[in-house]
Design a protein around this ligand. Structure first.
Ligand code: ATP
Length: 270
């Protein structure tokens, strides 16, 4: 049976720790002296305006880009993510926004894509059982694992992509905008899924622009602004504080609208 936790760290132990991580693209400083900690059984939301450096940070951790300087510790030791394979081998899984699924293949084939149990002799039955086990552990609602991905909803596709990333028993999973373009019910399903992954002791990093989703699922909210850390918040932090950290100003069009909206709601309730 697939155990999606693997031999992971105990809840609360540090999984990932970044210190002074910087990344330059030629003359462009995409990231400067980033610090980030993720613990086992914790969801960390990475938020920031467009161009804040979120994608660059995730790509460094996924081995797509290499940091220009700084240290990355993973499971207690300093590591170098030289390529995507190295990150995967260490136990860092990434679900990118495009999900990288094959529309015409079924759920089983997508979960095992490139990782067939025996590439010379496809053991369809064993792979189907393993796919079901994985999806059941996630309490995922997929009608049939023999359904082509093309016929699944956005939420179900996200589920398949997450299940696929758990196959290699990672210690850390990174999700890039997992609820973008999803409806209300599908978003709730994906947020539940993230909680189940967290409850199994994995460290989770979620990039999101949706503050409601971030508050609903994150244990800590790390704000990046112009490639630098700009505060760590909790879901209880006020919208005003969060928006100020994201935009870098306490008074701006977004915060004024939020304040006016809150005042109107209060007025309505009175
Ligand atoms: N390959 C690259 N070459 C040059 N500059 C880059 C490259 N990738 C990112 N950058 C720059 O790094 C900065 C951070 O970009 P990044 O895409 O990481 O931000 P982001 O927070 O993910 O934004 P978004 O929410 O729009 O995806 C930007 O100034 C961007 O132009």
């Amino acid at each position: 049976m697939t155990d999606i936790t693997g031999s992971g760290p105990t809840r609360g132990e540090p999984v990932l720790s970044l210190r002074n991580v910087s990344k330059n693209f030629g003359a462009v400083s995409a990231l400067t002296d980033i610090e980030l900690d993720v613990h086992a059984g914790e969801v960390v939301a990475l938020v920031g305006d467009n161009g804040a450096g979120k994608s660059t940070l995730v790509k460094i951790l996924a081995g797509v880009h290499q940091a220009s300087s700084g240290t990355i510790r993973f499971m207690g030791r300093e590591v170098a993510m030289t390529d995507p394979g190295a990150a995967l081998d260490l136990g860092i899984a990434t679900v990118f926004q495009d999900l990288a699924l094959c529309e015409n293949l079924d759920v089983v084939a997508n979960i095992f894509l490139g990782r067939e149990l025996d590439p010379w002799r496809l053991d369809e039955v064993a792979m189907e059982v393993k796919a079901w086990t994985l999806l059941n552990e996630l309490a995922a609602r997929i009608p049939s694992v023999r359904e082509p991905v093309a016929s699944l909803s956005g939420g179900q596709r996200q589920t398949v992509a997450i299940a696929r990333s758990l196959l290699l028993e990672p210690k850390l999973i990174m999700l890039d905008e997992p609820t973008a373009a999803l409806g209300v019910a599908q978003t709730a399903e994906v947020l539940n899924l993230i909680e189940r992954v967290r409850d199994r002791g994995l460290g989770v990093i979620v990039i999101s622009h949706n503050m409601e989703d971030v508050r609903a699922v994150a244990d800590r909210i790390v704000v990046l602004r112009l490639g630098r850390n700009n505060g760590v918040f909790t879901p209880e932090s006020s919208n005003h504080e969060l928006i100020a950290a994201i935009t870098g100003a306490t008074e701006n069009a977004v915060s004024r609208r939020a304040a006016a909206h809150a005042a109107a709601q209060e007025g309505g309730l009175a």
